[in-house]
Design a protein around this ligand. Structure first.
Ligand code: GUN
Ligand code: ZN
Length: 420
């Protein structure tokens, strides 16, 4: 049994709809045994307990990045005129290099180093269309004991041959990867058609079949990120009433489905997404960098859709979920909508866990949860320290960490109770 003394912060629900969902123990003790939380409560001296003293620091559940590309680290911060231009000029080329297993292995290690450096302990990841890119990521995550979601990209049209697959082959490759990885260690497979424009209808149908054949496997894709993409989808799938309808038609609109972006959905699409128990992953850093649009929290909240946060590196330029929270705050401000630090920290922890269907494993400090947590330093920078000394409430301290913090505020990241 191990104990960690510090200020504990986690959520029992969504603080926007459940007042009192924030749990805060100023002088707290997180007890961990065999990688799992035993208890989280006020500090007390225990005999024979090995205690790590993290007094003065905040302990929060490990951050969950619900949308990120492990094969795009090398093109982070590559400006472009638009999403589609950026894909053609930068993203596909970076992903093509993942055909080479040595590169995929080295890049996956560095990718996980970045996640850990930023306090992210679980992510839903897009590697490349090459199965070896998934093997490389999962092998590295398994060695580190991390909970990770990924799947090979399915893309059989409108992309260069180096990254293009073929419908039947993509189905078989995904099937083999599911057999090899899904449910092994802390790993879960997500069927990952890149987005509707780069898949034939045959491939989308086979993606749906994979989900049908493998209960418990997740789905991740991109949805309605830019207006020109929406127009393109309308041309490619003239039978569909809207973009979401394309995924729904092939059995992808379901619980355990993660739809990144969702910037240009109409009210009907929001209602349908929410009713299906699927989740929208808000990626504000990427939306701002690529100029894709401003996420409509109002519509998402009105529909009651499950929400999570994603860095979307390399469309996003930071691996920091603190940055993602702060970008979400700024986007909400531009929309005239409320968004506070509790929204941010909830989305990056329990919100993400719920979207992934993993809230019984991760996301807060309930007894039995896997003990992934981040140690945040309120005095990480001179400015943070100065500003923090005047903060009154826990809400204010969390806001300052969100607005002024980044990886410098992450003192340590623990996976299953062990420092990584
Ligand atoms: N839509 C399809 N592929 C991608 C991608 O790699 N990044 C982003 N941001 N949007 C996409
Ligand atoms: Zn993406």
């Amino acid at each position: 049994m191990k104990g960690f003394r510090g200020t504990l912060v986690d959520f029992t629900g969504d603080p926007r709809t459940q007042p009192g969902a924030l749990r805060h123990v100023e002088d707290g003790l997180l007890m961990v045994d065999d990688g799992r939380v035993v208890s989280a409560g006020p500090f007390r001296q225990g005999s024979g307990l090995e205690i790590t003293d993290l007094s003065g620091r905040l302990l929060v559940p490990g951050f969950i990045d619900a949308h990120v590309h492990s094969a795009q680290t090398d093109i982070v911060a590559s400006p472009s005129a638009s999403l589609l231009d950026w894909l053609e000029r930068h993203a596909f080329a970076a992903e093509a290099r993942f055909a080479e297993p040595g590169h995929a292995r080295q890049a996956s290690e560095q990718f996980l180093d970045e996640l850990v450096r930023n306090g992210t302990t679980t992510a839903a990841v897009f590697p490349s269309s090459h199965p070896q890119s998934v093997d490389a990521l999962f092998e590295a995550a398994e060695r580190r004991g991390m909970r990770m979601v990924a799947g090979k990209l399915m893309m059989d049209r409108h992309c260069p041959p180096e990254v293009r697959d073929e419908a039947q082959r993509s189905y078989e490759e995904a099937k083999a990867l599911i057999r090899r990885w899904h449910g092994r260690a802390r790993l879960a497979y997500a069927v990952s058609p890149r987005f509707a424009p780069t898949s034939s209808e045959t491939q989308l149908e086979l993606a749906g079949r994979l989900l049908e054949e493998h209960p418990g496997v997740l789905l991740q894709t991109h949805l309605s990120e830019t207006e020109s993409e929406v127009r393109w989808v309308r041309e490619l799938f003239p039978w569909a009433r809207n973009y979401l309808e394309v995924y729904a038609r092939y059995g992808m609109l379901r619980p355990g489905a993660l739809f990144a972006h969702c910037l240009h959905l109409d009210a009907g699409e929001w209602d349908r997404l929410a009713a299906a128990g699927a989740a929208a992953v808000h990626c504000p850093g990427s939306n701002l960098f690529l100029g894709s649009g401003l996420f409509d929290f109002g519509a998402a909240r009105k529909a009651g859709a499950a929400l999570a946060l994603g860095s979307d590196v390399g469309g996003g330029t930071s691996f920091s979920m603190l940055r993602a929270m702060y970008d979400a705050y700024k986007v909400a401000r531009l929309r005239g909508l409320p968004f506070d630090a509790l929204d941010g920290f909830y989305l990056a922890t329990l919100g993400g866990a719920r979207a992934l269907g993993m809230d019984r494993q991760i996301g807060n400090f309930e007894p039995g949860r896997e003990a992934d947590f981040v140690v945040l330093r309120p005095d990480a920078t001179a400015l943070l320290a100065r500003r923090m000394s005047q903060a009154q409430s826990i809400e204010e301290r969390l806001f300052l960490l969100m607005a002024l913090g980044d990886e410098r505020a992450v003192e340590a990241t623990y996976v299953l109770g062990a420092k990584t």
